[in-house]
Design a protein around this ligand. Structure first.
Ligand SMILES: [Zn+2]
Length: 140
């Protein structure tokens, strides 16, 4: 999948749903979001009988939940029928193509350019501003 194709999906979904909130976007697209204790796993995506499910670890802090929800939403919209690995700390730096695409999706969905009014000096302050992990530097 090409990056500009993912950009198109993101732009379309933001326009259609009039929000960048992954929970609201999921709701409007009939994707079920389930929060449950997943131990070490941040979240995962699966589909069953044409229904799409995003599972989020209920024990995560809010910012991590949001990044996870965006990542899994990326899978549900970009790779709805593929089997995708569960998101863990490891996958935030994964070289797997679908993982990189989901991380790219999450970054683009979250970064709404509000940081441009803040005079940020480094890319790390930008990532921190949005609650993104430092490994997402490559997606900015
Ligand atoms: Zn993933």
């Amino acid at each position: 999948m090409k990056i500009d194709y993912i950009d198109k999906i993101i732009n379309r979904i933001i326009k259609e749903c009039e929000t960048r909130d992954p929970y609201e976007i999921a709701k409007q697209n009939g994707i079920f979001v389930i929060e449950e204790d997943l131990g070490e796993v941040y979240g995962y995506y699966n589909s069953f009988k044409r229904r799409k499910f995003i599972h989020i670890n209920s024990t995560l802090e809010q910012e991590k939940k949001n990044v996870t929800a965006c990542h899994e939403l990326g899978h549900s919209l970009c790779h709805p029928l593929e089997k995708t690995p569960a998101l863990t700390k490891m996958n935030l730096v994964s070289e797997l193509k679908i993982e990189k695409e989901a991380n790219y999706f999450a970054t683009k969905l979250i970064v709404d350019d509000r940081h441009k009014e803040q005079n940020m000096e480094t890319v790390y302050s930008v990532l921190d501003f949005y609650g993104l992990p430092t490994s997402f530097e490559r997606y900015l």
